[in-house]
Design a protein around this ligand. Sequence first.
Ligand code: NAD
Length: 248
Amino acid sequence: MTTLTGKTALVTGASRGIGRAIAFALAKQGAQVLVHYGSAQKEADEVVNGIRSAGGRAEKVGADLSVPNGAHELARQVRQIVGDRLDILVANAGVSKAAPIEEMTTEDFDKLFAVNVRAPYFLVQQLLPALTQGSSIIFTSSLAARAAVGNISAYAATKGAISTLVKQFASLLGGRGIRVNAIAPGVVETDMSNFAKTDAGRDFTLGMQALKRVAQPEDIAGAAVFLASDSARWVTGDVLSVDGGSKL
Ligand code: NAD
């Protein structure tokens, strides 16, 4: 028996980066994982196959979360697979856009809020019939929600909205026994933060961190496993910094 044996989990944006690492980590602890992807079906297949060949259980589910009914479509597919019980929802998919205030466009601003805020909100709404006593919702906030780092003000605002939703949803859903938390990574070396691969990006990152190395996706996954597990049964409404001590 592992900590998540018998549980079902959905991880959005699980074809790569942090979502991929979380999908593998949840599966390793025994959860059946629904690996969501936007357009990268081949990469999602690789994650599903990787989980299965390690003895775990996984299925892929595809939906574009930038369109208004994207979360509804994803929830429909998920409920077809899990029925009326989803134990773990990791709303991880997200987009970023670095731009000075003067250069931000309304199109980019709207897309940031569509994928990073609207989709997680309506995913919870649409999955509510399957979320039940003991279910754990894990949003993905960011260091950017609590500190000014780089030219990412619009992106940071989406993550601020997520940190607010954590408290609202935790309060509203606590009576049903559903916990709601977020993880807030600092800089993690993924396609989203590929500046961390440059010398300047590395110096910038290490300059604001207590721990002096650049985080990898696997450094974030353990926190998601914890929040999904019974070890976190008394933790709700919290945003857990997983950032190597950034901007202390
Ligand atoms: P990533 O770009 O590697 O992965 C993002 C994932 O979201 C991908 O799987 C992508 O397919 C999915 N996605 C994006 N747009 C989508 C859409 N329209 N429809 C469906 N799926 C879509 O980035 P990552 O670093 O792994 O980021 C994962 C989460 O962590 C994001 O919410 C991000 O904001 C957050 N985060 C990342 C960092 C970092 O430094 N990398 C720091 C703090 C928070």
